[in-house]
Design a protein around this ligand. Structure first.
Ligand SMILES: NC(=O)c1ccc[n+]([C@@H]2O[C@H](COP(=O)([O-])OP(=O)(O)OC[C@H]3O[C@@H](n4cnc5c(N)ncnc54)[C@H](O)[C@@H]3O)[C@@H](O)[C@H]2O)c1
Length: 314
């Protein structure tokens, strides 16, 4: 009897999970729009995990550079993965690169894609225009996802007619190394879309977490106020930036101090996020502007990428 019951439960649960997964979209073909820092990383990881990828950007030149960057990054990954077998390492790089094609015309490639991941410039109007245009050319089942760090997913989704097939898919830099993906569900995102994106994230070897469409999602909502609180501590003259960094590394076990992390992320990026939040909620003490951050950005001292931010780099 116990056996029969177990069998029955097993068959019920397997058939119900089969019908649930039948409803989900198995993402095989991905279009990544934007071949910069994040888009190149997303394309690399998707291709390396068996997806076919079309990478789209504005010019052939950018795309060629992007492909070169992906190949170099893949070689490093492959060298570690196949340390004992250089032939397998070369084959892995070759096979992965052969899964990536490039295009400067998104509208002409999205008709047969399962998922469009957008990683272009952080500007609401530009993102809305892109998705509004693509909506007309994209297959009915296709999911749209934005990698935005600070914009409201709902505002981008509202430019399309597929709000139920629209969500946030927020990767972290550098994409091939960082395990986390935040899957952002708006009030209009369907459960099927959400679950398809959770599954897709897992096939990339990532760990997805889910969050509602709230400013900064999980990581940036906690991280940006923390970074700014470190800046304010320093601005008030209460501790040096070197001591604040050392304190957080040795006392809190963080791999980087807040000023090191600010310089790594880019001061313009942090200022952009903070300004957006301040505009939205000017009274919130966590979202107040910082004089030192504003001054460094005005001087184009944006961190590691420009050779100087809170610290100087060679
Ligand atoms: N840099 C990060 O650490 C990070 C982390 C998570 C999310 N994000 C988000 O990812 C997105 C991209 O950031 P990034 O750092 O990769 O930027 P990036 O400047 O490195 O790359 C953006 C790319 O998009 C291309 N592009 C711009 N408009 C386009 C259009 N209309 N069509 C096609 N291509 C276009 C640009 O030519 C450029 O190559 C942003 O929304 C950003 O907020 C960035």
């Amino acid at each position: 009897m116990a056996f029969v019951t177990r069998q029955f439960v097993r068959s019920i649960s397997s058939s119900s999970s089969a019908s649930a997964s039948a409803k989900k979209i198995m993402v095989k073909h991905v279009t990544v729009i934007g071949g910069g820092l994040m888009g190149a990383g997303i394309a690399q990881v998707a291709a390396a995990t068996g997806h076919t990828v079309v990478l789209v950007d504005q010019t052939e030149d950018i795309l060629e550079k992007s492909k070169k960057g992906i190949e170099n990054s893949l070689r490093k990954v492959a060298k570690k993965k196949f340390a004992e077998n250089p032939k397998a390492s070369d084959e892995f790089v070759e096979k992965t690169m052969s899964s990536i094609s490039i295009s400067t015309d998104a509208a002409s490639v999205v008709h047969s894609t399962d998922l469009v991941v957008e990683a272009i410039v952080e500007n609401l109007k530009v993102k809305q225009e892109l998705f509004q245009r693509l909506d007309k050319f994209t297959a009915e089942h296709t999911i749209f996802a934005s990698n935005t760090s600070s914009l409201q997913i709902t505002s981008i989704a509202n430019a399309t007619t597929r709000q139920d097939r629209f969500a946030g898919l927020h990767f972290f830099n550098p994409v091939p190394l960082m395990k986390l993906v935040e899957v952002i569900k708006t009030p209009m995102t369907s459960q099927k879309t959400f679950e398809s994106l959770m599954d897709f994230s897992k096939t990339l070897g990532k760990h997805p977490v889910s969050c509602k469409d709230t400013p900064g999602f999980i990581v940036n909502r906690l991280l940006v106020p923390y970074l700014l609180e470190a800046v304010r501590l320093h601005e008030r003259g209460e501790a040096s930036k070197e001591d604040i960094d050392t304190a957080m590394k040795l006392g809190a076990g963080y791999p980087m101090g807040p000023f090191e992390l600010l310089d790594y992320v880019g001061l313009d990026t942090t200022k952009f996020i903070l300004d957006g939040w301040h505009e939205m909620d000017a009274k919130n003490p966590l979202f107040q502007p910082s004089s030192s951050l504003n001054k460094l950005v005005a001087e184009k001292k944006l961190g590691k990428k420009t050779g100087e931010g809170y610290y100087k780099y060679k």
